[in-house]
Design a protein around this ligand. Structure first.
Ligand code: SAH
Ligand code: SF4
Length: 388
């Protein structure tokens, strides 16, 4: 009997007791893997296609790879993806998955159809360490980084969920946004490898314009990102000055707005094409939604090629913030439009299934217990203690 191995979902390194999970290998690492087995490098392309374009979970279906090679691969490798513990569909077509990761924690992934586009919102970490004051993921604290297999696994699972048996896969996912749980730039290497798979011709084949990384502004990592990828960039700004941003997005105390904008300009200047940064601005009543703040925002962004996406705050229990009225949101938008900016308002999608921005918490407790937990966390925060 062959020794029983468990699949190494996380790491992409092989070790004596664990198999390599091929789901998490970037195109380059897949090539290295096949070369290390003494196989031709083009096998990597075949394997990527099987896994990411047909959703193969088993080496036996890979009929263009010889049986001898398949047996060799099976000895040392496996294909393992996150387990879906919950899937729900919203009235508006939004689909949400709760997926269980190794160690028992869960993360959330959301699919949002809109016209001929289908956008998948992917998580990069379990929880988040950056503790933005209006974000439920931040309130949850940080648990751990997701591995490449766990990040791309969300795309794998989502794409598979739309498959119709016996039919060729339809391209339902046209865009990916790294806007789920976590701060992607705090999990740099894994996110970069996963995005390489999203864009690879043998995997998900998305154009660099249709893969967007959203960050709260980890400035040194933005400079590094410019050297290794050319995906689109979204910046979670949320405030037009450092005083307010320090309060809403604490990482601003380390990397203030001016430095962030310079890092964005550097990123754009490294792109081979002409693109704009998306500025995300979550609007909270009487916090950052006044006309004076719109004026300040228009001034602060003047030197940056950008479009502005206004996100009316999505409430969660004990957040302490309110969503502004539509009138206030429109007034803010109209002012910025008059100033020459392209401004969109993000429509709330999937809120009947708690799938809207900032509502992703990734725990599988029932809602009542979840609410209690928020209230408790908030109390701890207000007392100034360090929640554990
Ligand atoms: N960490 C990254 C990506 C994940 S958050 C970032 O901060 O950019 C994705 C987007 O949702 C960010 O713009 C974030 O500020 C916003 N967001 C977080 N909580 C929200 C809430 N309660 N309502 C509306 N938007 C929220
Ligand atoms: Fe983290 Fe982004 Fe939430 Fe801030 S908004 S706590 S960076 S996930």
């Amino acid at each position: 009997m062959p020794p029983s191995f468990s699949c190494n979902v996380g790491d992409t390194m092989t070790n004596p007791s664990q198999k390599m999970n091929l789901l998490g290998l970037s195109p380059e690492k897949m090539k290295d893997f096949f070369v290390s087995l003494g196989e031709k490098p083009f096998r990597a392309q075949q394997m990527l296609k099987w896994i990411h374009q047909t959703g193969a979970e088993d080496f036996d279906v890979m009929t263009n790879i010889s049986k001898a090679s398949r047996d060799k691969i099976r000895e040392v490798a496996c294909i393992e993806y996150p387990e879906v513990i919950y899937q729900s569909d919203s009235k508006d077509g939004t689909r949400k998955w709760v997926m269980k990761m190794h160690g028992g924690s869960a993360i959330e992934t959301v699919y949002i159809p809109e016209g001929d586009r289908g956008t998948l919102c992917v998580s990069s970490q379990i929880g988040c360490s950056l503790d933005c004051s209006f974000c439920s993921t931040g309130k949850q604290g940080f648990n751990r980084d997701l591995t490449v297999a766990e990040i791309i696994g969300q795309v794998f699972v989502a794409a598979k969920s739309f498959d119709v048996p016996g039919e060729k896969r339809e391209r339902k996912i046209t865009n990916v946004v790294m806007m789920g749980m976590g701060e992607p730039l705090m999990n740099f290497d894994n996110v970069v490898d996963a995005m390489a798979l999203m864009m690879d011709d043998n995997a998900y084949c998305l154009s660099k314009r249709r893969v967007t990384l959203s960050t709260s502004g980890v400035v040194p990592a933005l400079y590094e990102l410019a050297k290794v990828t050319d995906v689109s960039l979204a910046i979670s700004l949320h405030a037009p000055n450092d005083t307010l941003r320090n309060e809403l997005v604490p990482i601003n105390r380390k990397y203030p707005i001016k430095e962030l904008i310079a890092a964005c300009q550097n990123y754009l200047s490294n792109l081979p094409d002409k693109r704009k940064i998306t500025i995300e601005y979550t609007m909270m009543e009487d916090v950052n939604d006044s006309l004076e703040q719109a004026k300040e925002l228009a001034d602060v962004l003047r030197e940056l090629p950008c479009k502005i996406n206004l996100i009316p705050f999505n409430p969660f229990p004990a957040s302490g913030y309110k969503r502004p009225s539509n009138n206030r949101v429109y007034r803010f938008r109209d002012f910025l439009t008059e100033q020459g900016y392209v401004v969109t308002i993000r429509s709330t999608r999937g809120d009947d299934i708690d799938a809207a921005c900032g509502q992703l918490v990734g725990n599988v407790e029932d809602k009542t217990r979840r609410n209690e937990r928020y209230i408790k966390l908030r109390e701890i925060h207000e007392q100034g203690a360090n929640p554990t």
